[in-house]
Design a protein around this ligand. Sequence first.
Ligand code: E4P
Length: 218
Amino acid sequence: MKFFIDTADIAEIRDLADTGLIDGVTTNPSLVAKTGRNFLETIAEICSIVPGPVSAEVAATDFQTMLAEGRHLAKIATNVTVKVPLTPAGLKTCRVLRSEGTMVNVTLCFSAAQALLAAKAGASFISPFVGRLDDIGQTGMDLIADIVAMYRQYPSIETEVLVASIRSPLHVVAAAKLGAHVGTFPGSVLRQMYGHPLTDKGLATFVSDWAKTGQSIL
Ligand code: E4P
């Protein structure tokens, strides 16, 4: 499973890229607004730090402007993945951008039917939002199970399932068990994934027992 980091914060991206565990980055207008920085410059900087796909979302909602924005974003770097919403105009934009060789991430997916449309439109990634479904009392992970099962029936579908709106390590593990291709989550979730109290306790014991040997490896 590929790990994408869901942030537009450059310092955070640099820090996490250093772990060697990051395969890509996703941003959205809300994450960009949080930084208070110039969007195009931010995307260019992220693309220079992380070689994998970097999602940059269009702002327009009509086809012509969305396409123009997508083409503009795609020129920033070869690893830019243009993010479009799951609307008729978004999927039309997806199809054109894909025919031009640009990677496209179709976002704001909340149903299996929508995911099927995104695959038909040739999306590189479909982003179902599990956390936001959980927030309204539905089981977000059920949607991932449906999409993965549905795509598996058609080996010609190349669209990768990018599980978005992940809120905890449990979401990451559940998505991995279902065979989702990618999970995108904030750095806080990645940091939580390292932790286990028995790891801390075990390490403390090993460090103190090693000190008792009076030896040094180097
Ligand atoms: C990523 O592509 C999505 O925009 C993001 O995961 C949404 O997460 P949220 O529901 O926590 O805002």
